[in-house]
Design a protein around this ligand. Structure first.
Ligand SMILES: Nc1ncnc2c1ncn2[C@@H]1O[C@H](COP(=O)(O)OP(=O)(O)OP(=O)(O)O)[C@@H](O)[C@H]1O
Ligand SMILES: [Mg+2]
Length: 380
């Protein structure tokens, strides 16, 4: 069985044209400026970097950038420990000699050797089996490996970057990750911040992701995000981080090709997958067509579809562009009634739990229920 190997030698190509290195990392929020500074400092060293952060925050991008900044002439080789069955991970990493096991009809180099002089990126290190963790520790201490079935020591010029979205410190406490390896790997820990802590980066990320979409699909008509749309994007929680933003943008290309997107569109059509009113059928077809070409990304859609989004208060600012009046008290009362009833239903009619869910005091909720004549749901 073969697994996808990411090998590229951007470092060697960027070295030859003596241009200042532009970071691959987009974002100028204080958190990202700090991150880029760390990457610049640690890049050229041989320190092992441990990247942590939620899913989709950009750990892969940061790893690639560290390799670029290192100016090491060898390739960047990535391996995802979670994607490879435990019993095959060892031979993928260390390679094997001919005849090492049934089926080893010729010798093969492992990822350690492939990355010699460059960088080895061990993604999802938390998924590495304990037995292999000891072998990895030995390799890091001795800077050499033996292929499986071989007895030759192969000396390596090794630089390692690891990443995980798991809490490895907790895994160490629970005995699921070797403490000595953890401390060896975390020489230079870097936490990549979630998108919700750097919302000001959203416009720049949107632009960069749009450019990369247009490079992949030249001729696609770009949607335009109105200021209200950008504000609505900034108001979202982004549990899937930049990857989720990229998915939302791809959806925007399908649903709003060449059109302006309003704040309401963001909330109703992009953060939730509801089709816009006009030409719903044509767009539905386009959506499925596009979904078919998204490949692996489609599997990630439910994460955001099930993410219920409330309209951003900012959306209401546009009300008087199209309307002359609104029954403000009536509208707010209706919103209160619906949310209180929904909370009571979700919490099996338990007022104190519903109050917690609404971030109200129990007595305040009871008062509101009396005033709005809301009864506890009949759960019998
Ligand atoms: N700062 C950034 N600049 C440009 N693109 C980014 C940035 N952060 C993330 N991306 C893009 O977002 C997507 C997800 O990023 P990436 O795969 O690096 O996340 P991750 O942290 O490795 O997630 P996981 O833990 O799920 O592996 C990629 O398409 C990547 O190109
Ligand atoms: Mg990753």
């Amino acid at each position: 069985m073969r697994f996808e190997t990411v090998v590229n030698d951007t470092a060697s190509s960027s070295r030859s044209n003596a241009q200042p290195l532009v970071s691959l990392i987009i974002g100028d929020s204080p958190r990202m400026v700090e991150l880029k500074r760390l990457v610049k400092i640690v890049g050229p060293s041989l320190a092992t970097v441990m990247l942590s952060g939620e899913t989709g925050v950009g750990k892969d991008i940061v790893a690639q950038d560290i390799h670029r900044q290192s100016l090491r002439s060898g390739p960047f080789v990535a391996i995802n420990c979670a994607a490879i069955p435990a019993e095959l991970l060892e031979s993928e990493l260390f390679g094997y000699e001919k005849g090492a096991f049934t089926g080893a009809d010729r010798a093969r180099m492992g990822r350690f050797e492939m990355s010699n002089g460059g960088t080895l990126f061990l993604d999802e290190i938390g998924d590495m089996p304990l037995a292999l963790q000891s072998k990895l520790l030995r390799t890091l201490e001795n800077h050499c490996i033996q292929r499986i079935g071989g007895n030759r020591e192969i000396k390596l010029d090794l630089r390692l970057i690891c990443a995980t979205h798991q809490n490895v410190e907790r895994m160490v406490e629970d005995g699921r990750f070797r403490a000595d390896l953890y401390y060896r790997l975390a020489t230079f820990p870097i936490k990549v911040p979630p998108l919700s802590e750097r919302r000001e980066d959203i416009p720049a990320l949107l632009e960069a992701l749009m450019v990369s979409y247009l490079e992949r699909q030249p001729g696609a008509l770009a949607p335009r995000f109105s200021p209200a749309a950008v504000e609505a994007l900034k108001g979202h929680e982004w549990p899937g981080n930049v990857r989720e933003l990229r998915n939302v943008l791809e959806r925007a290309f399908v649903l709003f090709a060449g059109q302006e997107i309003s704040g309401r569109n963001v909330v109703e059509n992009l953060l939730r997958l509801r089709l816009p009113e006009a030409n719903a059928q044509a767009e539905n077809d386009a959506l499925w067509e596009a979904a078919a070409t998204f490949g692996g990304e489609v599997a990630e859609l439910p994460e955001t579809i099930t993410q219920a989004a409330l309209p951003s208060p900012e959306d209401f600012r546009l009300w008087f562009r199209h309307n002359d009046e609104i029954d403000l008290r009536g509208f707010i009362r209706d919103v209160e009634v619906v949310l209180i009833e929904a909370a009571l239903a979700a919490k099996d009619g338990l007022v104190s739990h519903a109050a917690d869910a609404l971030k109200l005091r129990r007595t305040t909720l009871i008062e509101k229920m009396k005033k709005l004549m809301i009864e506890r749901p009949n759960l019998g």
